[in-house]
Write a protein that binds this ligand. Sequence first.
Ligand code: ADP
Ligand code: AMP
Length: 215
Amino acid sequence: MKLIFVGPPGGGKGTQARLLQARRAIPQIATGDILREAIAQDTALGRDARRSMEAGELVPDAVMIAIVEERLRRPDAYEGFVLDGFPRTLPQAEALEETVNRMQRRIDRVVDFQIREEILIRRLSGRRVCQVGGHIYHLEYQPPREAGLCDIDHSPLYQRDDDRPEAIRRRMEVYQVETLPVLDFYQARSVYAALDAEGEVEEVYDRLLAVVDRR
Ligand code: ADP
Ligand code: AMP
């Protein structure tokens, strides 16, 4: 199954992609996670991307397109993947289409996570992420068993720099301007599916499966 998740910051894409990965063994390709890992390892990519990310701006298209092309070529992505957070601009969507065609593959579903902005802000301001594996928590909605520690690998949880109010505001604007055109691009095609992303995690997961398994 080859899926693309498009949705605003805090829409629950990462949470749902990780569930699909755990329960259906579909690899999650999260461009935000790839960049955060590069920052943690202090690679050239990490050093270049850091400032844009902290400010809530996008990393340049050419950089992101190259990362995703390389990732899609790895053997574990052959059978399927969930692209989480890519494409985020129209040029990225066009480049992805070319890549997928060149590799003679086909996207099965583009899932549009739909959710009201006031809910997003509450989700983003309470988000906490594990330092080692990027596991996602929420202070109120998805608290870890032990405060401040990841259930899975017991590493400390931190708040992302871009989950602070100023960066959140900027990311919302960037989503409206840069990413909504991506949805227009897919909307006219049969792969497009809207998902009501409000409600509890398991409820959203059930709706997601209905969308993904629809023939
Ligand atoms: P995205 O990847 O779209 O930015 P995340 O999956 O990281 O979003 O979710 C953002 C925050 O909202 C996290 O703190 C996560 O725990 C929480 N969250 C995700 N889905 C839900 C949900 N259905 N209900 C409540 N909180 C959620
Ligand atoms: P995310 O983890 O998906 O919320 O992404 C965090 C940040 O990483 C974004 O705000 C951007 O700065 C950067 N980023 C992730 N994916 C992309 C992308 N496809 N294009 C440009 N920037 C990206």
